[in-house]
Design a protein around this ligand. Structure first.
Ligand code: BTX
Length: 242
């Protein structure tokens, strides 16, 4: 049952009642040569987070993947994760939910460690240019049945028009992807992580210090006792308050 979108952004919308994963469907479309498609599902039966972690995706959520082919080298693609986080945060605020961004890929509500949304960016490409990027965005609507540290839009506002939400989100993402420096500046403005004491775990080390900045294309700068350490988004397993 398709729903109609009247977008001010160049995305074709493909709607499904249920899919294993909208990212997996978007990768299929990438293999078929498509671009600028937004795949949306009411429910995912095999939603994925980073490092192959499971992402709970019950019916009624906003499970969305955007396929695009930006003129970026693969090393710069993390800026699209920042752009998506900004788009989610601004749209949530517009709908009355006080969201903020936790590096690298989460949107939380308030100061608490309560996850409203997560982003999973996947790509394929050569050394100098990506072939395609899939930006997967999962936004909880009804918080029941989710992990304890999760929240949903409906926990904060009575009524959410998912279609209007997705429409605003896609229009913002479209504008931000064309302006990586602007996306980075907006990211800093909406960040919850900066200025905080953090403990960042990567595959082989733990870094404890104060999160000072995020640099293009999405690298966290942590001030430790021994000086500044830079952590690439892709290397981060966990970031926790310290
Ligand atoms: P992540 O690896 O940062 O977070 C995954 C972790 O979050 C899980 O291990 C679990 O602890 C917790 N978690 C699982 N489900 C939820 C939930 N619904 N709300 C809050 N916390 C949860 C985050 O990965 C990136 C998630 C991207 C999801 C989108 S949905 C559309 C697209 N399709 C797809 O398969 N993935 C993306």
């Amino acid at each position: 049952s398709a729903i109609e979108f009247d977008l001010d952004a160049p995305f074709t919308v493909e709607y499904h009642d249920s899919l294993p994963s909208t990212n997996a469907r978007a990768r299929e479309l990438a293999a078929e040569g498509e671009t600028d498609v937004a795949v949306i599902a009411n429910e995912q039966t095999g939603g994925r987070g980073r490092l192959d972690r499971a992402w709970r995706s019950p019916p009624g959520g906003i499970w969305l993947s955007v396929l695009c082919r930006p003129d970026l080298p693969p090393a710069h693609a993390p800026v699209l994760t920042l752009a998506a986080a900004v788009a989610v945060t601004k749209t949530a605020r517009e709908h009355g939910v006080e969201a903020g961004i936790k590096w690298p890929n989460d949107v939380l509500v308030g100061d608490e460690e309560t996850k409203l949304a997560g982003i999973l960016t996947e790509m394929e490409g050569e050394a100098d240019r990506v072939s395609w990027v899939v930006v997967g965005i999962g936004i909880n609507v009804d918080p029941t049945g989710l992990p304890e540290d999760a929240t949903g839009l409906c926990a904060h506002v009575d009524d959410i028009d998912r279609r209007a939400f997705v429409q605003g989100l896609l229009e913002r993402f479209d504008a931000l992807r064309a302006d990586p420096e602007g996306a980075l500046a907006a990211w800093r403005e909406h960040a919850l992580t900066l200025g905080r004491r953090v403990r960042v775990t990567t595959g082989n080390e733990t870094i404890v210090g104060t999160a000072r900045d995020v640099e293009f294309p999405g690298t966290l700068v942590v001030e430790t006792d021994d000086g500044s350490v830079r952590v690439h988004a892709g290397d981060c397993d966990h970031l926790r308050p310290a």
